[in-house]
Design a protein around this ligand. Sequence first.
Ligand code: FES
Length: 80
Amino acid sequence: MESKRKLIFICQGSDCKKSGSKSLNKKIKEEINSKGLKGQFKLIKTKCMDCCKSAPVVIIGEYFCKKATFEKVISQIKKS
Ligand code: FES
């Protein structure tokens, strides 16, 4: 059975944490909940994805977001 929810992977490794991935995770979660998108997206915290130079790293579906910001992630979520 295929899931209809789109997966969002957010790195919580040490370099990404230093670059603010923890607060980014919180903001994305709040945005998804406030916009009523809870059933459509699943936020998954990961360990280091080995792209630390691009921290913070977020993957939305098939889109790999380097040096992710809240705005970049939200605009990608809207496109999905
Ligand atoms: S800590 Fe996030 S990619 Fe390494």
